[in-house]
Write a protein that binds this ligand. Structure first.
Ligand SMILES: [Fe+2]
Ligand SMILES: [Fe+2]
Length: 345
């Protein structure tokens, strides 16, 4: 068995929680042999203390232990964690009931005892893939925030658009949009934050101008769709990455309108990529429902009236239906992620 050439990041500390000293030491020896930094705990309470002190990203825990069992440990971590912790449980082959319970309280994966090295390697590889996706998502968010930081819109605007986009996608997936698989939804959600990335090319004098734009300024502002869209299209052509294609669709087309009166290409109806149609509604909903320096937040009724009146004009009718079905949850996002009121005087 070749364990030398596997492509696993060794930078993670792993917390091993196991009351059987023999089993813990065996596992720890193996993980150390693969160059991981290890924390050890002999029961759930000890494990929780170590988790709070060192915040390891990866935990391998037994389930039945004295003082605090693995279920309680997982439940508590899920309540307290700030960044996602990947939790693998150790379980006996015949112990299906406990395994299901562990997954229910929030475990990500499991390893059958006695631990088989090849299986352990596969499980750690799965954790690594999740970490990569998480860091990719954080990088995308940070870049989007950087591009947005000159405008009055805040990081919370991006967070709200992201969550509203997910809610709309999930609803559409349940209502006939079978192209919205869970992988596609995650991509659209994660790329939605880039919608205004092209604003990096808009000068400050235009970007933050109070009051109405002149025709020329409006033209400059509108350019953000093409500037960002073309940048992403070029990288998409080089890489063929599906995620970048979705990002390009969103960035290029989030100001198109269902009736063809939007920009930059005056696309209409289903010619507008679905991801862009969804983000368009999430973005406008947030602009209406949140407070901005130049306007208070509109009431729920006023937002609904505006969005419904744009059904078939600005917005895809099917996405307006999704909005109406998800209205309560969408408002919860806006309220939970409100901006602190700090506008320049
Ligand atoms: Fe925009
Ligand atoms: Fe926006």
């Amino acid at each position: 068995m070749n364990l030398v050439n596997w492509d696993l990041e060794k930078a993670h500390t792993i917390l091993v929680v196991e009351d059987s000293r023999f089993q813990r030491k065996t596992l720890v020896r193996q993980l150390k042999g693969w160059d991981f930094d290890i924390l050890e705990a002999s029961d759930g309470k000890d494990g929780l203390d170590q988790f709070e002190r060192f915040s390891p990203k990866l935990i391998i825990t037994d389930l039945e232990m004295p003082v605090m069992d693995g279920f309680e440990l997982i439940r508590t971590i899920r309540q307290r964690e700030i960044n996602y912790t990947y939790i693998i449980v150790l379980t006996a082959l015949a112990d299906k009931e406990n395994l299901v319970k562990a997954l229910e309280v929030g475990a990500d994966d499991f390893i059958i005892k006695p631990v088989n090295l090849e299986e352990l390697k596969v499980r750690l590889g799965a954790a690594e893939r999740i970490f990569k996706l998480q860091s990719q998502d954080k990088l995308i968010f940070a870049l989007a925030q950087l591009a947005d930081c000159r405008s009055e819109e805040t990081g919370n605007h991006l967070r709200r658009v992201k969550l509203c986009t997910r809610l709309l996608c999930e609803d559409l997936a349940e209502n006939g949009f079978s192209v919205l698989t869970s992988a596609r939804i995650s991509t659209i959600e994660s790329m939605s934050v880039l919608h205004d990335i092209g604003k990096v090319a808009v000068p400050d004098s235009v970007l933050n101008k109070p009051g109405k734009y002149t025709k020329l300024e409006y033209r400059i502002m509108r350019k953000h769709t093409e500037v960002g869209g073309e940048l992403l299209e070029n990288i998409y052509k080089e890489t063929g990455s599906e995620q970048l294609r979705v990002a390009k669709d969103i960035v290029m087309h989030h100001h198109e309108k269902w009736d063809g009166s939007g920009y930059p290409q005056q696309l209409a109806g289903e010619d507008i990529p679905l991801a862009a149609r969804i983000v368009a509604l999430a973005d406008v909903f947030d602009a209406l429902g949140s407070q901005r320096c130049y306007k208070p937040s509109f009431s729920r009724e006023r937002c609904r009236d505006i969005i419904v009146s744009e059904r078939g004009k600005h917005f895809d009718p099917a996405i307006v239906e999704a909005f109406l079905r998800k209205e309560d949850e969408l408002w919860e996002v806006l309220i939970k992620l409100q901006d602190p009121t700090s506008c320049p005087q």
